[in-house]
Design a binder for this molecule. Structure first.
Ligand SMILES: C[S@@+](CC[C@H](N)C(=O)[O-])C[C@H]1O[C@@H](n2cnc3c(N)ncnc32)[C@H](O)[C@@H]1O
Length: 389
C-alpha cells in the first residue's frame, strides 16, 4: 500500500469507530478484508488509527470535521504535512481536498479539544494533577513507551539486552526500576523474540514495575494477587523472591493465560477460585490491583478515555471499596494490604486510601505513592496498609 492508501484505510476505520465500533474491532474487521495489506501496512494503519483516537478532538478541530477524513486531515496538519500531498485521488489515495476542506480547520481552543479529554472530566483531571495536568494530557496524546521487565529467575539486564539484540530489538536500562528495559528499536519484534518466548523478559510498564518494587518481600511469604487478571503483577512479585503467590480474579477467565505465562517465567503461581479464598488464607500480603478508569494508561487504550462516563467512574469507585473490604479480611495480623490503580484521578487514589484509613478499623497506613504519566511510564498509584491485629 502507498502511504496515501494507508491514510484512506485509516479514514474508513475511523468512520466505523465514529459509528460506535470499538477501535480493536474496527481494525480487525478492516484487516480481515484487506488481504492485500502486508504487515508493515497493517502496522502503519494501526498507528494512524490509534494516534487519531488519542487526539480525537484536536484532530477534528485541525481538520475541520468530526469525520475520519477530517481527523486524518487534522493529523497530517498536526505533523506539519500538507494534506494535499497525500489527498490526491490517485490510485487508492483519499480524494483531493475541496475548497471548503482547504479553508476549514482551526487550532483547538476549548480545554476539552486542546487537552483531548471529555469535557466532564477536565475539572477532575486538573484537580487531581494540578500544574502537571496539561503535560499529562499531552503525554496521553503520544504513543506509549514499550517497556520490559527482566525476569531475574532467567537472567540479568545485560543478558536480556544481548539476547534481544540478537533478534534485532534494542533496549536500554530504565531509571528507577531494578529490572526494567525501555525498548528503543523494533518493538514489534518483541513478541516473537527468543528472550520473550523463553520467559527472560515480560512486557510490563515501568511505573507498574516500580509500584511492585515498593512491596517488601521475604522468602516463604504467602501473597495473594486478588485482582490478578492477566497476572502481570503476580509474575513480577513471583520473579523477585521465593514467595508463594496465589492469583484470584472475580472473572477467572481473565486469568486464562496466566498458567502459560507463569510456566514460561519459571514462577509457580497457584490460581484460586473465590470459594477457596477463605480456606487458603490468611495471606501475608494481599495486592488489590483494582479495576479503575485506566486514566494513567489511556495512551495504550484510548477508547477508555472517550467511553468513560461520570456514572462509570462513580460505579468503579464503589467496586474499589467493595474489593478493599473483601480483600482486607484475607490479610493475616501484621500483614500488608496493597491498593493499586493505573489511574491518575484522586477519587480512585488518595480519596480511596483516606476512605479505607477512616473505615478500616485496626489498619495503619504505611506508604502512599503516585507515579505521573511520563515518557517512560504510565500513571500509577499505590497505598499500603498494615493490619495491626
Ligand atoms: C486492573 S485489572 C488487573 C490487572 C492485572 N493485575 C495485571 O497486572 O495484569 C483488574 C481486575 O480486577 C478484576 N475484578 C473486578 N472486580 C473484582 C472483584 N470484585 N474481585 C476481584 N477481582 C475483580 C477484573 O476482572 C480485572 O481482571
Amino acid at each position: 500500500m502507498t502511504p496515501a492508501a494507508q491514510v484512506q484505510a485509516a479514514i474508513e476505520i475511523l468512520d466505523r469507530i465514529d459509528g460506535g465500533m470499538a477501535t480493536e474491532k474496527a481494525l480487525t474487521g478492516w484487516a480481515r478484508g484487506a488481504r492485500y495489506a502486508g504487515s508493515r501496512d497493517r502496522a502503519a494503519v494501526r498507528d494512524h488509527v490509534f494516534q487519531a483516537r488519542r487526539c480525537w478532538r484536536s484532530y477534528a478541530c485541525l481538520g475541520g470535521a468530526e469525520t475520519g477524513r477530517g481527523r486524518m486531515i487534522g493529523a497530517l496538519r498536526a505533523s506539519g504535512i500538507d494534506p494535499a500531498t497525500l489527498f490526491t485521488g490517485e490510485g487508492y489515495a483519499p480524494a483531493p481536498l475541496d475548497a471548503d476542506e482547504r479553508e476549514a480547520g482551526a487550532p483547538p481552543r476549548v480545554d476539552g479539544d486542546r487537552l483531548n479529554l471529555p469535557d466532564w472530566l477536565v475539572g477532575a483531571f486538573r484537580a487531581s494533577l494540578g500544574d502537571a495536568a496539561e503535560e499529562a494530557a499531552q503525554l496521553l496524546c503520544a504513543r506509549a513507551p514499550a517497556t520490559l521487565r527482566v525476569n531475574r529467575r532467567k537472567g540479568d539486564i545485560g543478558a536480556a539486552q544481548e539476547m534481544l539484540a540478537r533478534d534485532g530489538v534494542r533496549a536500554v536500562p530504565l531509571d528507577g526500576v531494578r529490572f526494567g528495559l525501555q525498548v528503543t528499536d523494533n518493538e514489534r519484534r518483541i513478541a516473537s523474540s527468543s528472550s520473550y518466548l523463553n520467559g527472560l523478559v515480560e512486557l510490563q510498564d515501568a511505573s507498574s514495575q516500580a509500584a511492585m518494587e515498593t512491596i517488601p518481600l521475604e522468602p516463604g511469604q504467602r501473597i495473594l494477587d486478588y485482582c490478578a487478571g492477566g497476572g502481570g503483577k503476580a509474575l513480577a512479585l513471583a520473579a523477585r523472591e521465593d514467595v508463594e503467590v496465589f492469583a484470584h480474579d472475580a472473572n477467572p477467565d481473565r486469568m486464562r493465560d496466566l498458567p502459560v505465562r507463569a510456566a514460561r517465567a519459571d514462577a509457580p503461581i497457584t490460581l484460586l477460585a473465590t470459594e477457596r479464598l477463605a480456606e487458603t488464607g490468611p495471606f501475608d500480603i494481599v495486592l488489590c490491583d483494582v479495576p479503575c478508569s485506566g486514566s494513567g494508561a489511556w495512551r495504550r487504550s484510548p477508547d477508555g478515555k472517550w467511553l468513560l462516563e461520570n456514572k462509570d467512574l462513580e460505579a468503579v469507585v464503589h467496586v474499589q471499596r467493595e474489593i478493599l473490604t473483601e480483600a482486607a479480611a484475607l490479610v493475616a495480623p501484621g500483614g500488608r494490604l496493597v491498593y493499586a490503580t493505573c489511574s491518575v484521578l484522586q477519587s480512585e487514589n488518595e480519596e480511596q486510601a483516606a476512605w479505607f484509613a477512616h473505615h478500616g478499623e485496626g489498619w495503619s497506613p504505611l506508604l502512599e505513592r503516585r507515579w505521573p504519566i511520563s515518557r517512560t511510564g504510565d500513571g500509577f498509584y499505590v497505598a499500603h496498609f498494615r493490619r495491626d491485629c
